[in-house]
Design a protein around this ligand. Structure first.
Ligand SMILES: [Zn+2]
Length: 142
């Protein structure tokens, strides 16, 4: 983690808000919630937050480039023009965003330049449809 002290303090402020949203640790009939019930609720909130913030952040990346290298043959390719919906199943839920697809005339395939930027090497996510292999991002096309 690379959060600054100020960022951590602000996140801590959010926990007070979440506590108010969730309420106290007692069922409506007065029975105290078990640790497991409390944990499940907190995990649900955490997952919702993570997916929502991740979705905003991934959507605002500026990955539109004039040209991008084909992950198959390395040829320089241009964007198709219209953004396509991307959906990624993360550990914390589904995340969706719009992104520009590129087409390789040599390989007759479409790809997203960001495919090589999603969790490189982590192997924790299923790949979005239409992509898969790591691109040659940041390098000069072959
Ligand atoms: Zn190609």
């Amino acid at each position: 983690m690379s959060l600054s002290g100020e960022q951590r303090r602000r996140v801590a402020d959010l926990t007070r808000e979440l506590y108010e949203i969730l309420g106290n640790s007692v069922h409506s009939d007065g029975r105290p919630m078990t640790f497991s019930e409390l944990e499940d609720e907190c995990i649900e909130v955490g997952d919702l937050l993570t997916a929502a913030v991740l979705q905003q952040r991934v959507a605002e990346r500026s990955i539109r480039e004039e040209a991008s290298c084909c992950p198959g043959c390395g040829q320089e390719c241009t964007p198709l023009g219209e953004d396509e919906a991307r959906v990624l199943q993360t550990d914390r839920g589904e995340v969706a965003w719009m992104e520009s697809a590129y087409q390789c005339s040599r390989c007759r395939r479409n790809f997203f330049p960001s495919d090589g930027r999603i969790g490189p090497g982590s192997g924790r996510h299923s790949e979005p449809a239409g992509g898969g292999e790591n691109g040659l991002l940041g390098s000069v096309c072959r």
